[in-house]
Design a protein around this ligand. Sequence first.
Ligand code: SF4
Length: 278
Amino acid sequence: MSEPAEVSLESKSPFEMRVHLGDDVPEQTVRQALSTGEMGFLHSFTTGSTVDGPGVRVVAWTTGCMWRCRYCHNPDTWKLTNGIPVSVKRAAEELGKYRHGLKVMSGGFTLSGGEPLMQHRFAAKLLAAAKSMGIHTTIETNGYYGDQLSDAELENIDLVMLGLKTWDSARHKALTGMDIGPTLEFARRLAARRQPIWIRFVLVPGLTDDLDDLARTAEFAAGLGNVQRVEVLPFHQLGRYKWERLGLDYTLRDVEPPTAEAAEKACEVLRKAGLTAY
Ligand code: SF4
């Protein structure tokens, strides 16, 4: 099938709104793409990120996410076919352009989203291609579909950046629409394999700032033994316009970003459990 040549795969930022780019792809082709991974759907490629893994990163942002986090910054990535249909070959070629620069800068490739494991066959193939080019690989995931990757496929991932939202299962369901169990199971599996994890925790006033709840998450994370750091990410409103333009019910319109003091308090709770947090 053809790819829409007029849309650039590269964007300045994942906060660029992109919709309907794969709407013309027949349903049968979408199903085939999901089952073979020969084709995937991408919001974009961005370059020069210093916050999506070690060093400077080239990031491929996938579309498709089955969660509905109330504070999601990129709800345009929820729908798979909002993304550009891209063959795994083309995506690997795009990445190949940066291979030498990434090595010089001790950087690498990060597969993010959306939720990259919604397209786990494509993700596995693209990460394998990156690894075969000698590029450091990271995946940013909510971990829900971690069980869809085989042990051999996990070998192609140098670092997992795992999003943890809240410990309480009812609160997790209310916040994301999904159960926390598979995410925790994936974390345990990575721990058993001694595969490094960076945890990402979005601090949202009124939603995820219960410090007792965070202490439970911290206890779990510290007990894994493979968590190298926890990043406390202050909630922000950069994604608000996307919710509004997509006609979605954005419930956090009036929520202010957390204060520096609140972020520090969250870090202290994590550090108290023995974790490196900032
Ligand atoms: S898991 Fe990530 S992409 Fe999916 S809804 Fe939550 S914040 Fe958005």
